[in-house]
Every structure is written in structure tokens, then in C-alpha cells.
Design a protein around this ligand. Structure first.
Ligand code: FE
Length: 271
């Protein structure tokens, strides 16, 4: 018998792996980096085979690793963690440097490494990439972000493609805010949305819709009942008391501001 909760006792950090592939800057968030040797430093990490970055690393044999600090803008993690480089220009809204032809995110980072791929190990759903470090740079004195910090302070959840993802079923009471993972209905995390601009327009509410929502809001305020709805993909919580618009009154094409999925991926929070 394997108790998956045991894996929650393993410690991790958070990192952005990046490379340039077919003239495009690509990258994704990983949490499994480890230093293998100190002399002639070698590192290793795993990436889901469905991730575009996996394909890119195999093709280019070179990559950068940015070590995420606690000061990173959450939007940068969501951009790299919940969207696909196939469809989204992930580097468009963050500061980065190009080192040895490799783009590395520098904003909100402790430091970065530039590596050459020396071996790939097939582990089923994921590949382990082993790389030789060819250069590195310290960027700030900020504290590195741990996976526990990511879950407990930022209150985000592991994407389905993460090696540490543990599927949990919602119980009869529904999702709660303290859940780290929930049952998911959407496909792989890197394939969730088609375009970052789509997310922005998807969240825009027309004057007409806003007017309708306002009327509903007034009715709602009268009733004094506010609910919370939680995205089962990324953990974002829509709080009606804050937003002043009932979740069910949001337009059909409204999307999660954090990961870009539709309303059907939200579950009511039972506190
Ligand atoms: Fe979401």
C-alpha cells in the first residue's frame, strides 16, 4: 500500500525552467530541482512529458533555472505555472535576461543557473533532466520560496502536471479553503488556456452585463448571503462579499483571473 500523504513530508523549492526553442522564449515552473554534485556542479529535476518545455529542453539541450524568491509577483508564477508556452508568451510581462542565448527570469528571483543537458531519464509520465551547470549568478538576498510557503501563504495548489500532484476528491461537504488539492475536471495544466489576451477579455464585463449584475447585487445584498467559490485548478477563491457580484451572475465566458479556466471549474466553498 502507498499512502500518498507521505509525499507531503518531502521538502521542495520553486523554480522556473526556461530555454529558447524555435525562436521563442519558453519555460515552466518546477519544484523538483536538486543539486547532485558540488564539484563540477550537476543538477537534476523532472518535467511532465506533456509540457511544452519538456520538448524544448530535449531539442535545445540547454536551459536556465531561476530560483524563485518569496518576493516574486504571484502573477509571474501563475503565468509560468498554469499556462502553456505553446500558446502564451510567458516572458511578455516579466523582467528577464538572455544569457548564453537562454532567457532567464530575473524579476523576483534569488539567483539563476545556466546548464547544458547531459542526460535524460525516462520515468513514465515525467522525464528527469540532468544538467551540468556552466554559469550562475546571485540576483538578490531575498528568501527562496519553498513549496510549503507556496501552499500555505500564497494558498495556491499544485498543477496536475506537477510530479508532486496528489489528487483528492471533494467530500460531501464540497471544497474547503484549507484544501491544497481538489478533484479536477480539466486537462493538463499547461494546456488550460489558449491565449493570455483571451483571459483578459474573458474577464471584461460589458456595461449591460455590469448593470444586470448590479441589480442582482442589490437583490443579493438585501438577502445578505454571500458565498465563496474556489477554482479547483489553481485554488483561486472568488468571494462574493468582496466582488459584490454573485458568482452565478457572472457572464458565461468569465474566466479565473489566476489560471484562465471557466466557471465550470469552480466549486462552492463550505466553511
Ligand atoms: Fe484558477
Amino acid at each position: 500500500m502507498i499512502d500518498n500523504n507521505v509525499f507531503r513530508d518531502v521538502s521542495y523549492g520553486l523554480y522556473i525552467i526556461s530555454t529558447k526553442y524555435q525562436e521563442r522564449n519558453v519555460g515552466c515552473v518546477i519544484n523538483t530541482l536538486s543539486q547532485v554534485t558540488s564539484e563540477n556542479p550537476v543538477i537534476s529535476f523532472s518535467v511532465n512529458k506533456n509540457n511544452y518545455t519538456n520538448e524544448a529542453i530535449k531539442a535545445t539541450n540547454k536551459f536556465g533555472i531561476s530560483i524563485i524568491s518569496e518576493k516574486i509577483k504571484e502573477e509571474v508564477i501563475y503565468q509560468f505555472g498554469y499556462h502553456s508556452s505553446r500558446d502564451v508568451k510567458k516572458f511578455a510581462n516579466c523582467t528577464y535576461e538572455e544569457v548564453n542565448g537562454i532567457p532567464v527570469v530575473t524579476e523576483g528571483m534569488c539567483s539563476y543557473l545556466i546548464c547544458e543537458l547531459i542526460q535524460t531519464v525516462d520515468c513514465g509520465t515525467h522525464d528527469i533532466f540532468i544538467g551540468k551547470v556552466i554559469s550562475s549568478k546571485k540576483l538578490s538576498q531575498e528568501k527562496e520560496m519553498t513549496y510549503r510557503y507556496y501552499h500555505e501563504v500564497i494558498k495556491a495548489v499544485a498543477p496536475k502536471n506537477a510530479p508532486t500532484y496528489i489528487e483528492e476528491k471533494n467530500d460531501e461537504k464540497g471544497a474547503t479553503e484549507s484544501d491544497n488539492n481538489s478533484n479536477r475536471t480539466k486537462k493538463d495544466d499547461e494546456d488550460i488556456i489558449e491565449d493570455s489576451n483571451e483571459t483578459k477579455t474573458g474577464n471584461a464585463i460589458s456595461k449591460e452585463e455590469a448593470g444586470r449584475a448590479k441589480t442582482k447585487e442589490n437583490e443579493h445584498e438585501t438577502s445578505g448571503v454571500f458565498e465563496k467559490y474556489r477554482c479547483i485548478i489553481c485554488g483561486y477563491v472568488y468571494d462574493e462579499a468582496v466582488e459584490k457580484v454573485k458568482f452565478t451572475d457572472l457572464p458565461a465566458d468569465w474566466k479565473c483571473p489566476r489560471c484562465g479556466v471557466g466557471k465550470e471549474n469552480f466549486a462552492k466553498v463550505v466553511e
